[in-house]
Every structure is written in structure tokens, then in C-alpha cells.
Design a binder for this molecule. Structure first.
Ligand SMILES: [Fe+2]
Length: 482
């Protein structure tokens, strides 16, 4: 079998003597996720040459599930069979025109001419899996973004794979870096995450201790784009060179491969070889590296919309936001808090709204743009047993403080953007102190969403709305072209 590396988590596998073509997590352009993210190194994908028989969409994260890429592939060949872990991804693929779409769970097997695919479980919180591919050539386990789990869970997965294919795993395609893309936004720890990196290394080393194997690092290539690129300085705590050195020290028996975009990894009779720049399907354009890890400061939260424009348009969005707070968010929070034990209330929730940043500093006009709370950029909700009060300003003793840009929030409320987009671009941040002493210990208020604004719309709900919006745009553009 031949694995063409096309960048990030995108691979094209040619399997069996019939060379069945299986495309993993297609991302045809570097820039993706509503223009917020891109890939390093930059690359060119020869999309006309991909011609997949199968497309795998491992999970719904935007760097794996790219609606624009799937729309192009569906138009190119609607007969391509799509396999995914996520029913919503399946629905979208059907809508984009793919005739055959299947949702698979963990340990589902797909028989192919001259080989098979087997999905592998993920022990994290997302709906996702990894995929093992097997043929007479060998057995390859593409972890994708799946969480391999405890040593016992890893050993169990290897056992099942051995049982299913009658051979050891010859090659692992592995995520190699703990990516801290939202830690600063959530008031999390800055700096080198010794614990999670140690765990990741131990897990990968165990793969080599169980059986002789090779490993190719992959799926860590997404960086934020300007004007949010500064966030990248907090995101990648380990360089590839450092990872290689550490894994070599821990598990010298693992054959490490240095796979670049456009290389082909060939697995034949159980031996693994690398053919550099042998793929006609993609090539690296610019050998840019991941951003240097400088976890000393967090970029300031500012609205990316030009100040003047944002100021002129401020009055209307502010009214909408106030309306959302009073008529949608508060009623939903009250619903969620129903039956909350008395020790959890009252709860103080603050929304800090960041609009055009020099507001009011240059010309006094701008600081009071006729808003409902003139000059105020934030509100405090006090949720008690009897009701919810809203007042202007931020309470120093908040339980949760959520900061968000004005244009970002209006994007989510209108269904154009998702909370996830805002979080990844640093336009949404949270400091959570929703803890109370109960029965002698500090406990979190369990019913409160991770960010209280997720009460309405929900995190996934906002993602689905924005995704369906993009699907409608693409279908509309497609039908106007034809
Ligand atoms: Fe992911």
C-alpha cells in the first residue's frame, strides 16, 4: 500500500492490488475554517488527480471536515463513498451530492477489494475515530486526532488490530504535539504542558514496546491567520525536532519517518520505506515552520472589524445583543438552573463586549453611540432563585466572565459564525470561577455550560447553523454556475 502525504491530516491511500483510493480528511486549500486558519508548510494539492473511491471524514473539526473541499469533491464525482463518525457530517455530505454516505462507530470494518479498513476508538470527548488499513502488504494505523487512552486501552487496541488482521501494526500515523489552541482563551495554563506531553510520549513509546513498528508524525499543521496569528505563539509547545529526540530516547526501537508534503510512504511485505517527493498529488510550496513557542503573553482581545465601520453600525447590534440577553439567554439559563441546589445561587455572570477598540478615545462621539446602556461595554446577570437581574457594568465578584467581540457575537447570533470559530480566533474568552463550597469542598456548579453564553445557542448548535449556512451558499453558487 502507498500513503501519499498531502498535508496536515490529509492522506491518499492506495490499497490492495486494485489500488483502491481512500482520501482522508480532505482539505484542498490551505486557508480554511471561514478564513481563520491556514496550514504550514503551505502546499499545492492537485485536486483533479485525487480521484478517490472513498472519502473518510474522521470528525467534525474544521481542519478535518471542510465543507468547501467536500462540495468540490462531490461535484467532481458523486459516486465517491463517504465514511464518517458523525451523523451531521453524513447529512451534509448527502446534501452536497454524494450518493453513498455511511456513519461508522468504533471497531466497524469495511471490506474492500484486496484489503479492509477498521475504525479504532477514541477515548476523548469528541465523536471521532482513527482508522487502520490492512492488506497483504501490512497494517497501518492512522490515529488522526483520536485519543489513544490509557496504557491498558492502547494495549487492547493493538490486540484487536492484531486479531483482525493477523499481523502487527507496521506503521503509525500519529499526532505528536499537544496543541494548546484554546488554553489562553479559557484562562488556562500558559507554558510547556509537561503532563500532557509526557502522557503522549508514553503512549507512543508503548506502541514500539509492544511490537516492532514505524511512526510518521502528522496532523499538526494548522496555524491562525492574520489578524489572529499572534495566538500561534501560545499554541505549539514542542517542535518536531524535540519530539523526535524525546521519542528516540524513550523508544529507540521505533523507526521514525520524516514525512513531508508530497512524500509517499510505501508499505510492502511489512517493510516501510519513504519515497521523498514521489507523489503527483501535492507539493510543499513554502517550507514555513510552526510559530515559535513564546508563552509569555496573550494577545489582546480586539474586534477585527475596522473601528469606524464597527462604530457606525454599533447601535443596531447592541440592541440585538440586549434583546438576546433578555429574551433568549436569560430564560435558557433559568431553565438550566431549574432544580439547582440553593448553595449554587445566586450566580453572577458577566459579559464583557469588545467593540471598535479605540472607542471614544479620539472623538468623544463614539463612546456613547446611542446604546441602551450608554457608554457601557458590559453587563452583569445575577441569576437567583427568584429571577435574573441584568445591570450595566462588570461585577468584580463574577462567577464567570465571558469576553467577546461585538462583530463575533453578532455573527453567532445571526447564525453566520460558530462559537468554535470565535474561540479559535481568540475573539471569545472566559474566566470561570463558578465554584462554591459544599459539604466541606469546593465544587463546580455542574449545570452551568463551560461558557454561560453557550446556553443559547449551544456550542454544537452554533457550529451546525454556520455549517448549514455555508452548505446553502455553496449549493446556491453551484446552481447559479450550472
Ligand atoms: Fe480534532
Amino acid at each position: 500500500m502507498r500513503w501519499h502525504y498531502l498535508g496536515h491530516a490529509m492522506w491518499l491511500l492506495e490499497l490492495g492490488s486494485d489500488r483502491t483510493r481512500i482520501l482522508f480528511d480532505p482539505l484542498l486549500t490551505d486557508v480554511h475554517d471561514a478564513g481563520l486558519s491556514t496550514l504550514v508548510p503551505t502546499r499545492e494539492v492537485m485536486r483533479e488527480r485525487l480521484a478517490p473511491d472513498f472519502i473518510i471524514v474522521s470528525h467534525r473539526h474544521p481542519d478535518h471536515f471542510d465543507v468547501d473541499s467536500l462540495a468540490w469533491l462531490a461535484a467532481a464525482d458523486p459516486q465517491t463513498v463517504v465514511l464518517t463518525s458523525d451523523p451531521m457530517v453524513a447529512q451534509v455530505c448527502g446534501k452536497l451530492g454524494f450518493r453513498s454516505v455511511s456513519v461508522l462507530g468504533a471497531w466497524d470494518r469495511v471490506e474492500l477489494e484486496g484489503g479492509a479498513l477498521l475504525t479504532t476508538p477514541s477515548y476523548g470527548s469528541s465523536v471521532e475515530w482513527g482508522v487502520a488499513a490492512m492488506s497483504v502488504d501490512g497494517l497501518v494505523w492512522n490515529h488522526i486526532d483520536s485519543v489513544l487512552g490509557s496504557p491498558e486501552q492502547i494495549q487492547r487496541s493493538l490486540e484487536v488490530l492484531r486479531g483482525a488482521s493477523g499481523q502487527a501494526v507496521h506503521l503509525h500515523l500519529a499526532r505528536w504535539c499537544p496543541v494548546l489552541e484554546v488554553a489562553p482563551q479559557l484562562g488556562g495554563r500558559l507554558g510547556f504542558p509537561r503532563g500532557s506531553y509526557g502522557q503522549l510520549l508514553d503512549g507512543l513509546a508503548l506502541l514500539g514496546r509492544e511490537e516492532p513498528t514505524a511512526l510518521a508524525p502528522a496532523a499538526v499543521s494548522v496555524v491562525p491567520r492574520a489578524p489572529f496569528d499572534g495566538l500561534g505563539r501560545n499554541t505549539f509547545p514542542v517542535t518536531l525536532r524535540r519530539f523526535r529526540r524525546d521519542l528516540e530516547a524513550l523508544a529507540p526501537e521505533i523507526q521514525q519517518l520524516d514525512v513531508g508534503v508530497g512524500d509517499v510512504v510505501c508499505v510492502h511485505q511489512g517493510s516501510v520505506t519513504l519515497e521523498e517527493r514521489a507523489s503527483p498529488l501535492a507539493k510543499a510550496v513554502e517550507a514555513s515552520a510552526l510559530p515559535l513557542f513564546v508563552p509569555f503573553e496573550v494577545v489582546e482581545l480586539t474586534d477585527p472589524q475596522p473601528s469606524v465601520q464597527a462604530c457606525e453600525r454599533r447601535e443596531e447590534p447592541l440592541r440585538e445583543i440586549r434583546e438576546w440577553l433578555e429574551n433568549r439567554l436569560v430564560p435558557r439559563l433559568r431553565e438550566l438552573s431549574c432544580g439547582a441546589p440553593p448553595w449554587q445561587l445566586p450566580l453572577v455572570l458577566c459579559l464583557d463586549l469588545r467593540s471598535c477598540e479605540p472607542c471614544g478615545s479620539d472623538d468623544g462621539d463614539c463612546s456613547t453611540p446611542g446604546s441602551l446602556d450608554s457608554g457601557v461595554q458590559g453587563w452583569t446577570l445575577t441569576l437567583g432563585a427568584a429571577g435574573c437581574g441584568i445591570r450595566a457594568g462588570l461585577d468584580a465578584d463574577y462567577d464567570q466572565l465571558v469576553a467577546v467581540t461585538l462583530s463575533g457575537l453578532t455573527g453567532v447570533l445571526s447564525g453566520r459564525s460558530s462559537w468554535g470559530e470565535l474561540l479559535l480566533s481568540g475573539q471569545l474568552r472566559c474566566s470561570d470561577r463558578a465554584f462554591r463550597v459544599c459539604e466541606g469542598e469546593l465544587r463546580r456548579v455542574a449545570w452551568l455550560p463551560a461558557l454561560f453564553v453557550y446556553a443559547c445557542p449551544g456550542y454544537e448548535e452554533s457550529f451546525e447553523a454556520a455549517t448549514w449556512g455555508r452548505v446553502a451558499e455553496l449549493l446556491d453558487a453551484g446552481s447559479r454556475m450550472s
